[in-house]
Design a protein around this ligand. Structure first.
Ligand code: ATP
Length: 235
């Protein structure tokens, strides 16, 4: 199977200001002598204020999609733009800067920096964003996630639910345009899950959008729409 030509055209400027515009994504991997099509012609568009879930069985391409949207991996065909800025097929240092400025990434691997307090974790993430955050803004964010009293705490002393809320606050600190979350509620109780889903909507900037990969029907029910991935395609 050969990859289609890489699409390097700018995002369409039709005035509707997509937060995320992913067009015709293809990604192939080689496993042994075999080529695996992890994503086939996947297009995703998110407008301001949208919170969308991605669901699909194991191996359907969810992590591959998130990696491409975050600029952590490049598609073999197609393109990704966030807030009109090309994220795919850019040098790794440019992708890292764009991620810092525009994208909050929340994965099981994201984790908090252990030698920093909860507040300093927020401050570090916010320091990369396109717009500077003030200390009162960051304290306000901690208050909203119910962790004001834990601002000076080391991450390892947080409970499971507190850790999930601290990770969310870090991903959303400084108001990224796009939140990409991989199973953001996998490790928490159903009441903490409901709280996290409420917080995602509450804390997302008005011009922002979120894509949540999840197996949870409660996450799907709380989103505006659900994209189903099956064998690397949107079903
Ligand atoms: N680096 C890689 N090398 C080879 N194959 C890969 C690689 N990454 C993903 N794949 C394959 O691509 C397909 C999609 O994988 P992906 O991890 O995106 O699925 P997923 O839906 O996130 O699965 P899960 O729910 O189990 O995390 C699978 O067949 C997987 O084996």
């Amino acid at each position: 199977m050969s990859a289609p030509a890489v699409d390097t055209e700018p995002a369409p400027t039709d005035g509707s200001a997509s937060v995320l515009e992913a067009r015709g994504l293809h990604r192939f991997f080689r496993r042994g002598g075999e080529e695996v099509a992890a994503l086939r012609d996947v297009s995703v568009r998110l407008g301001a204020g949208e919170v969308v879930a991605v669901m699909g069985p194991s191996g359907s391409g969810k992590s591959t999609l998130l990696n491409l949207l975050a600029g952590l991996d490049d598609p073999d065909g197609g393109s990704v733009h966030v807030a009109g800025v090309p994220v795919s097929h850019e040098p790794a240092n440019v992708q890292a800067r764009l991620r810092g400025e525009l994208i909050g990434v929340l994965t099981q691997a994201s984790g908090l920096v252990e030698h920093l307090s909860v507040f300093d974790n927020l401050r570090l993430a916010a320091s990369f964003r396109a717009h500077a955050s003030t200390a009162p803004e960051l304290h306000g964010l901690l208050e909203k996630v119910g962790l004001a009293h834990r601002a000076g705490a080391r991450p390892s002393t947080l409970s499971g639910g507190e850790t999930a809320r601290a990770n969310l606050a870090v991903a959303l600190s400084g108001g990224p345009r796009l939140l990409l979350a991989d199973e953001p509620t996998a490790e928490v109780s159903t009441s903490e899950e409901a709280l996290l889903l409420h917080l995602i909507r509450d804390l997302l900037p008005a011009d922002g959008a979120a894509l949540l990969v999840s197996h949870s029907p409660r996450v799907a029910a709380a989103t505006d729409r659900v994209l189903h991935l099956v064998d690397g395609r949107i079903a």
